[in-house]
Design a protein around this ligand. Structure first.
Ligand code: SF4
Length: 594
């Protein structure tokens, strides 16, 4: 029978075992080492990738060779980019390949050399507890968690605790954005404890205790050197906000929302001069190179509301970020570029693909973006929708947004909520992009769910405690349904019975002799009706009665569970009663047992 539909070309398979009936990912083919590495198909009108890479922006005296590059006589490499250009796979690149699974050390090296991947690993931090990771399109999508004390909230101890929480809940990097308390001590404590790369926005410490107008070249360079020596792995530097961009901000609804961007704009207006970070770029690059601090070139003019997205100020600054990327590569520095912010859903693809073009594939690190502005208190959700689209269309790292965004400093639980929302976004994109193996855990969980194996279900869940608590709140028993639909309406249980019947592992359809569960007794209904009102002890007392009624004492399957047939019995039934899996008609003479 011909199909009444056509499938798009299939890019790759996100499952390493090809379970299930899914044809695979609709993304472009992986194109590892190319400009379309794990990319979404381009909608009409989208900017094509740049045909240049970091190889086109070599330092003076370097030249391309068939195997990579040749440096001037006596040159000693320092940064991951320099090693990669010379064809050397460092221990950090090997560790990245180990963690990524689908990449070899040579592929990591080649993508770092092309500037399409960064390994933020300050030489100093590598001497502590840092576990090297990579950010780039060829690797899994990464998540950053922001934290930091403000002048009115939090302390060093609280920030270190938040760091542990962020690591526990899946943050791949953490930014210390402290603007209050003992900035130096907090930064040192965080770098000293972190297994993940740490980023900062050094301008915050530059203006602490002094007026913005008093910021000068010496204080900028000293602060960068100091933080690099402390072991910070990447710096956000807002060098792309130029004097000539500022007139384009005038008609915005909300002006400049980046702290660094607004500070530098005020400085430029006061002094009537160009952004001093832009003017100091070559000196800044020298410091970054010495410690291998990765650039995260800041987008000081990112939009702060949907109405300001993709405007002249934002996109002109993005072009400057491309120019700064080229200059940093000429100094041997690793570069990623920061992006917006607040962007309507339909403009996200354009924003991602324009950056890919203007910045020659340097990894894009985006904040959200939020796709609507009218849900304060829920901005981890409004932004994680945009973040999923951003990761699908071109971002390599997603900066989380917590429910406290726009409202206050995130507390520990807000960090957890933000991390989980963004792990969901990053993972959803990785599966869509067809990164090999990225769907394996989903498939395992689906199998556990289909088997109604609750233990395995919880074990595979990203947050097992919450999954178990939600399940047990209604029904504290291992049975072949849950309280959402109940026994008779549980489609998974019915499907499982069909499968068991077809395979010969069950004597008859269960729906011909349904077993009404004791779990739907009056008491159980009471639990469901009073959800959220009962104390946990009360829920467990009532649920334990249910468990007892169903013969499911500790370690035993409840009496109402379908899978009561043992393996030997199943083999006999299979031999006696072979049925066509679709028509359920007998297949004739039973086949001999293997
Ligand atoms: S009762 Fe409903 S929600 Fe629960 S396992 Fe069965 S089908 Fe899924």
């Amino acid at each position: 029978m011909s199909r009444p539909y056509d499938l798009p070309p299939i890019g790759g398979d996100p499952s390493s075992r090809r379970h299930g009936t899914n044809p695979g990912s609709f993304a472009n083919r992986a194109d590892l080492g190319g400009p379309r590495s794990f990319s979404s198909p381009d909608s009409p009108g989208m900017p094509a990738p740049s045909d240049r890479t970091a190889f086109d922006f070599l330092p003076p005296g370097w030249r391309r060779t068939p195997g990579g590059c040749q440096a001037p006589e006596g040159f000693a490499p320092v940064t991951q980019l320099e090693y990669a250009r010379l064809g050397i796979a460092t221990p950090e690149m090997r560790r990245v390949a180990e963690r990524e699974g689908h990449l070899t050390p040579e592929q990591v090296r080649d993508d770092v050399a092309a500037g399409r991947m960064v390994i933020p690993a300050n030489k100093v931090h590598l001497g502590y507890r840092l576990d090297p990771m990579a950010i780039g399109r060829a690797s899994h999508t990464k998540v950053n968690a922001n934290m930091g004390a403000s002048p009115i909230s939090s302390s060093t101890e609280e920030e270190v605790e938040k760091l542990r929480f962020a690591e526990r809940w899946g943050a791949d990097t953490v930014m210390d954005l402290s603007t209050g308390g003992d900035l130096d001590a907090t930064r040192e404590a965080i770098v000293g404890s972190a297994r993940v790369p740490i980023g900062t926005v050094p301008i915050y410490s530059m203006i602490l205790g002094r007026k913005i107008e008093d910021l000068d070249e010496r204080s900028v360079l000293d602060a960068l050197e100091h933080q690099a020596r402390q072991g910070v792995d990447y710096f956000t530097i807002h060098a792309g906000v130029l004097r000539e961009h500022l007139p384009f901000v005038r008609d915005r609804l909300i002006g400049i929302v980046s702290r660094g961007g607004s500070i530098l704009a005020k400085w430029m207006l006061h002094h009537g001069r160009q952004n001093l970070m832009y003017d100091l770029w070559d000196e800044i690059c020298e410091i970054m190179r010495r410690y291998d601090v990765t650039f995260s070139i800041g987008d000081g003019l990112r939009p702060g509301g949907l109405a300001d997205a993709s405007d002249e100020a934002q996109l002109r600054e993005l072009a400057t970020l491309g120019e700064l990327t080229e200059r940093a590569w000429r100094h041997g520095c690793q570069v990623m570029v920061e992006g917006p912010g607040h962007v309507p859903f339909d403009q996200i693809e354009y924003n991602m693909k324009l950056q890919r073009r203007l910045c020659h594939g340097a990894p894009f690190y985006v904040l959200g973006p939020l796709v609507t502005d009218m849900f304060p208190g829920y901005d981890h959700i409004t932004s994680c929708i945009g973040a999923t689209a951003a990761a699908w269309h071109g971002a390599s790292m997603l900066c989380y947004v917590t429910p406290k965004e726009h409202l206050g400093l995130p507390k520990r639980d807000d960090v957890k909520q933000g991390c989980i929302a963004y792990r969901i976004a990053a993972h959803a994109a990785d599966v869509a992009l067809g990164i090999p193996g990225s769907r394996d855990r989903d498939d395992e969980l689906t199998k556990a769910r289909a088997a109604l194996n609750w233990e395995k279900h919880f074990e595979l869940a990203f947050d097992p405690d919450t999954a178990r608590a939600f399940h047990d709140e209604d029904l504290d028993v291992d049975t072949d349904f849950c309280a959402m639909c109940g026994h008779d309406w549980c489609s998974v249980r019915i499907s499982k019975e069909i499968a068991l019947f077809v395979s010969g592992k069950e004597e008859a359809y269960a729906w011909e002799r349904p077993r009404v569960s004791a779990a739907l007794t009056h008491e159980q209904r009471e639990i469901l009706e009073r959800r959220g009102v009962l104390a946990p002890e009360e829920i467990h007392r009532l649920a334990a009665k249910t468990r007892h009624a169903m013969g499911a004492e500790a370690g035993r399957m409840a009496a109402c569970h379908s899978e009561q047939t043992d393996a030997e019995e199943a083999r006999q039934l299979q031999a006696e009663q072979r049925l066509h899996p679709v028509t359920l008609e007998p297949l004739g003479e039973p086949a001999a047992l293997p």
